[in-house]
Design a binder for this molecule. Structure first.
Ligand code: G3H
Ligand code: 13P
Ligand code: ZN
Length: 324
């Protein structure tokens, strides 16, 4: 069945790699994630946001994830390691509902709350979750941009001097931190970036000094990076070449994610890159086949393109391949 994050994080921290956490809302995303994980022999976290539950229905997504384990076996993986994780849970009730309904891991995101309230809420979720062997991700520090429904104008890096107190008092299993990543396909404003010779935006580097200070305070403790899509230029170009309009989209350079994955960062969240891969393939297909209207015709290349992206992240960026 589904597994929690405990063992896979311990192995990832020791092994100097990171587990991919891919969001899913559709069957094609689920299939592409499972195919990629099986082909690369990688553990994987399939995560569901509140928005995903609203879009697709929580029960359907839960059974899809349970089906994903069976699907992985059918594809020849004897012992798949698949986590079903709630992404950005914002209340105890939402986390409880997921824990009561088959999720093996939840995130309680109290990062927008005052420190003591974040601790109290997180601790309450941890106490409930651990009764059922469900692991809990917490967040300290605020990411820039729109965080699900929690909007924040500015980012506040995680304060290294708070992490020991926070982790000890909440009992959380992993900690999402803020070191300069943000959600979506527009992670930096053009004025925060420089431009390279081709006129493309080059974002400012992540705050690795903050990450290293946190690692020093909590040696071996699983750290999570949200907002880690790299917004591949190739996909943005394909979208824009086929009627799309994504000017100045910019993500986190993969070189920096590669570096983060070697540290205590053991979970890297990617959603936007999947959206871009899907949209690029569909836009291109529609342009090239205006006479087609069977969804299977255009969802197949969309699924293939997402699978290619997932495999690339696993093998060339996070290093979680051959870890089953
Ligand atoms: O945190 C953001 C994730 O990319 C999920 O996005 O809330 O639109 O499903 P969503
Ligand atoms: P991206 O928008 O960078 O893919 O981040 C996804 C994420 O953090 C989901 O929680
Ligand atoms: Zn996130």
């Amino acid at each position: 069945g589904l597994v929690n994050t405990k063992e896979m994080f311990a192995k990832a921290v020791k092994g100097g790699y990171a587990i991919p956490a891919f969001n899913f809302n559709t069957m094609e995303q689920m299939q592409a994630i499972v195919q990629a994980a099986v082909e690369t022999k990688s553990p994987v976290i399939m995560q569901v946001s509140k928005g995903a539950r609203n879009y697709a229905n929580g029960t359907i997504l839960r059974y899809m994830a349970q089906g994903a384990v069976e699907y992985a076996k059918e594809l020849g993986c004897a012992h798949p390691q698949i986590v079903l994780h709630l992404d950005h849970g914002d209340t105890f009730e939402l986390c409880k509902d997921c824990i009561d309904n088959g999720f093996s891991s939840v995130m309680i995101d109290g990062s927008s709350l005052p420190y003591e309230e974040n601790i109290a809420l997180t601790k309450k979720v941890v106490e409930y979750a651990h009764k059922f062997d469900v692991t809990v991700e917490a967040e300290l520090g605020v990411l820039a941009g729109v965080e699900d429904e929690v909007a924040s104008e500015v980012s506040h890096y995680t304060k290294p001097e708070e992490v020991i107190d926070f982790a000890t008092r909440t009992g959380c299993d992993s900690l999402a931190i803020s070191i300069g990543t943000s959600h979506g396909a527009y992670k930096f404003k053009p004025e925060q970036c420089t431009r390279n010779a081709q006129g493309k935006l080059v974002p400012p580097p992540l705050a690795f000094d903050v990450l290293h200070a946190i690692e020093k305070k909590l040696p071996g403790f699983p750290i999570v990076l949200h907002g880690s899509s790299s917004v591949p230029q190739e996909e943005v170009d394909t979208i824009n070449a086929h009627g799309g309009k994504l000017p100045d989209a910019v993500g986190i350079p993969e070189e920096q994610l590669r570096e983060a994955a070697k540290s205590a960062v053991c979970k890297i969240n990617i959603d936007s890159d999947s959206r871009l891969a899907m949209t690029a393939a569909i836009r291109k297909y529609f342009d090239e086949h205006p006479e087609h209207f069977d969804p299977r015709q255009y969802l197949k290349p969309a699924r293939e393109n997402m699978k290619k992206m997932y495999i690339h992240k696993i093998m060339d960026v996070l290093g979680s391949n051959d870890k089953l």
